[in-house]
Ligand binder design. Sequence first.
Ligand code: UD1
Length: 444
Amino acid sequence: MSERIIIKGGRQLKGEVSIGGAKNAVLKLMAAALLLDDICEIHNVPELSDVQTMIEVINHLGVKTEYKPSEKSLIINAKHITNYEACYELVSKMRASFIVLGALLGRCKEARVALPGGCAIGERRIDLHIKGLEALGAQVKIEGGYVVAKATKLVGAEIHLDRPSVGATENLMLAAVLAEGSSIINNAAQEPEIVDLANFLNSIGADISGAGTSEIVINGVKQKDLHSTVYTTVPDRIEAGTYIAAIVATRGHAIVRNVFPNHLSSVLSKLTEMGATTTIIDPFSIEVNCVNRTRAADMVTQPYPGFPTDLQSPFMSIMAVSKGISIVTESIYENRFRHVGELRRMGADIQQEGNHAIIKGVKFLTGTQVKASDLRAGAALIVASLCANGTCEIENLHHIDRGYEILEHKLSMLGANITRVVDDVSGVDAHIQSNSPISQSYEV
Ligand code: UD1
């Protein structure tokens, strides 16, 4: 079976779209649930293949889960952890599963987690995770492609991160919750997903302050102090930013609901600079309106609250059709320009020089066949196709399905002409597929 999305571009997006729960927060909450010798319930869990993969990872550890798609709720029962290993097959499928390292070490004082390796967008080292865990008293070895970590006990420590890594901050927070004494993470990542993780951990009885600033303090608590919770995760700011980009690129006028507008400050201010109008109409809704062709703008990706690297590619699609020359500097990942070649195939005029892309806006892009090379590169192709002349066929949808829930449905509701087709093995016939990445549910 091969799947494609077909978009007939050129329709202005209009109406309303509702944003789901933040993938990058939920995955970490699922790991955090491993600390708890009890049941917890997470709400606003999006139905995504990455969530399914994380369910498999924690099921493999002996944890029971039950996902209810109709309620977007996930019940996790981590009373019994029977295995300390996250195998290569699962970690290589989704590198975010590496986050179970800190939680397993905290709860079981032992973990064996496959090294995630690099990925399409960069080398993605884990040195800061390891140094931090060692500072907390763990012995960490790399053996046969696995990170093997053990500790007789973890003891709070002051840790300075050389860079504000999101994953390292999260792994260290998880390991420090049940450590003896206090830990301080300096130069911590400040992303909203870090705040969400701290809020979840505090809701199960942890003692964490400072999340959302560069200094996070974790006062260790005892396992018996942790307790069950029902918790709702934050909206997905990257999904929201992608829909906002699509509305602007098509010169549409629509409302994006169920968002936290302050999580998107850098994004909204960039759009104002480019000539689009964004209005916060209530605490959870942004009205987006773009009447004229957008203006070029320069952009540098940075850790939060800077412009998010995950929205660099969909914004490049807007710049591809903006008036003037834009310069994009990617400062987080060394190889996050894989959408450039595909946008060029659609008629974009983009020159890449190291970590800079120089985009000379053209009047219009033209539909053609393109391939997503990773999740956010796929998002860029969706945005570009929506505003292109003619028909675009986007392949490698497994990347896009990792992070965008019922994408075709949401875009159709905004007026896009979009269909997912599944070719049968002979390639003769094609049909529309219902897309439900979380196919299994498990009893708690
Ligand atoms: C998370 C997000 C990802 C987002 C990124 C930056 C998830 C599942 N993914 O990824 O979508 O693009 O934050 O906002 O939440 N680094 C090191 N050593 C380390 C750790 C990181 O050198 O020990 C480098 C990485 O190679 C990368 C940069 O730091 O170049 C940022 O990585 P990090 O902030 O850790 O991102 P992730 O947590 O992997």
